[in-house]
Ligand binder design. Structure first.
Ligand SMILES: [Zn+2]
Length: 134
């Protein structure tokens, strides 16, 4: 269930970047904004009242990551999880080995790494493993 102001917020964020506003983009981003934890493709698919096909959802999530409105991380199971925002700033994550809780450590900015010529980073993934407060 997503509240109206999150839908409006999602729409505004897409519009602010000068991109085309589509129902799929808005609803997917609104779901990420509403979530209190990172969501997998399956969690997102199960949550749509109007079914969205898998390919469209994958493309939409890739697009949100590409434009920086969302970012993605993987945990133990190697399944991608998506989180609204945070795309412009590289940060590590924390994974709780007991509860599976996964959080953004946005106070820490990861440094740019000097790479050999012609090398290019496509994705950065730093995950601290441990236990949370529970
Ligand atoms: Zn994050």
């Amino acid at each position: 269930m997503i509240v109206a102001n999150l839908v409006a917020d999602a729409e505004q964020q897409i519009r602010a970047l000068g991109h085309r506003v589509t129902t799929g983009r808005v609803l997917t981003l609104a779901k990420l904004l509403a979530a209190d934890k990172p969501l997998t493709h399956d969690m997102l698919l199960a949550d749509f009242t109007t079914p969205m096909d898998r390919v469209t959802l994958y493309r939409t999530l890739d697009w949100l990551v590409h434009v920086g409105l969302a970012h993605r991380i993987r945990a133990e199971d190697r399944v991608w999880r998506f989180i609204a925002g945070g795309g412009s700033r590289k940060h590590p994550h924390f994974y709780c080995e007991n509860t599976g809780k996964l959080i953004c450590l946005t106070d820490i900015e990861l440094p740019d790494i000097k790479l050999p010529a012609q090398f290019k980073v496509s994705h950065v993934e730093v995950v601290f493993h441990g236990v949370c407060e529970r």
